[in-house]
Write a protein of this length. Structure first.
Lengths: 120, 203
């Protein structure tokens, strides 16, 4: 009887450990997958903002929500001139929930654009 | 050797209580083992679906890093067409010259017959001898691939996307390169802009 109960307890404990491993693997994979996707999306958004800044000097902030593969990502982007002459910074932050935990990603690029109104 | 007690017990078999316990515990154990197995299978299926998407993302990350290593080099000018792009970059030096890094040519192109995007690296000796470089498969399962270049050059001096890059000076570089490609199973083409840090024409 004791042997039987011990066997059952050990089987259940082992099973729980395997299940925990699976859940952790799924969690890590989900986080990695979302971060990878958002990293590329954010870089593309920043590249487009850089293009707009170079072409027509578009600055300011914008934001919104992006729905991708059943998950919602909220994002905010700012493009502003820095105190250093002719230098602009474009910053993008993305936030989403991964297994109930908040995740964030931030990407920043700098753009050099000569302001001809300031003289040579 | 069995003791008297054990041999009597062995002859007697299981008691009703033991049998009931086994019968009640067995489904619990089976259920837990089965749920673990099912979860493992689900996870495996999800990984199989997601892997091509991750491959695409890893390809873009590699390409981005490669384009960031681009160099202005007048003897190896930037060559860009809609099908392929070649430029001077920091590469691993040939082993004959010792370990380290040197300048070479990196080429990205799409091979229609195999449906894949390749990266080819040629060091100076291979370029001089007009030999093929070291080819690496970057992304397979590609249906179409095209390139465009963001330039700002006279006479218009406006930023615009062009399908071919014709540098004003041998050391000129575009401001950015846009890759557009479509992969098997994807619903729409992917567009990714790779910024060239050292880009732009020299004044």
């Amino acid at each position: 009887m004791i042997e039987l109960l011990l066997t059952v307890v050990f089987v259940l404990m082992g099973s729980q450990m395997i299940q925990g491993g699976f859940l952790r693997a799924a969690d890590v994979f989900g986080r990695y997958s979302s971060t990878l996707k958002m990293m590329l999306w954010a870089e593309e958004q920043n590249a487009r903002a850089r293009e707009a800044l170079l072409k027509d000097g578009s600055e300011g902030s914008t934001g919104g929500t992006l729905a991708l593969d059943g998950r919602e990502y909220s994002w905010e982007q700012t493009a502003q001139m820095l105190p250093e002459r002719n230098l602009h910074a474009i910053r993008l932050s993305v936030a989403w929930a991964e297994s109930g935990r908040p995740q964030t990603l931030q990407k920043e690029i700098y753009v050099y654009k000569k302001d001809l109104s300031q003289g040579p | 050797m069995f003791t008297k007690k054990t041999s009597r017990r062995a002859r007697r078999g299981f008691s009703l209580l033991e049998l009931l316990l086994v019968m009640s515990l067995a489904p619990i154990v089976f259920f837990v083992v089965y749920s673990n197995f099912a979860m493992g299978v689900r996870l495996w299926q999800r990984l199989q679906i997601a892997t091509p998407e991750e491959d695409r993302a890893i390809f873009l990350i590699k390409a981005r890093r490669d384009f960031q290593n681009m160099r202005r080099f007048s003897s190896l000018p930037f060559q860009g067409s809609v099908e392929e792009v070649a430029y001077a970059s920091s590469i691993e030096a040939p082993s004959a010259l010792g370990l380290g890094r040197g300048i070479g040519q990196v080429r990205y192109y799409f091979d229609d017959s195999s449906g894949a995007i390749f990266r080819e690296v040629r060091d100076y000796s291979r370029l001089y001898e007009d030999k093929d470089g070291v080819r690496t498969l970057l992304l397979k399962g590609v249906r179409s691939f095209s390139l465009a270049y963001l330039v700002k050059e006279p006479p218009s001096s406006e930023y615009e996307w062009k399908e071919e890059y014709l540098p004003e000076k041998p050391s000129s570089l575009p401001m950015a390169v846009r890759l557009t490609y479509e992969t098997d199973g994807a619903s729409q083409p992917v567009e990714q802009t790779l910024i060239i840090g050292a880009g732009g024409a020299l004044s």
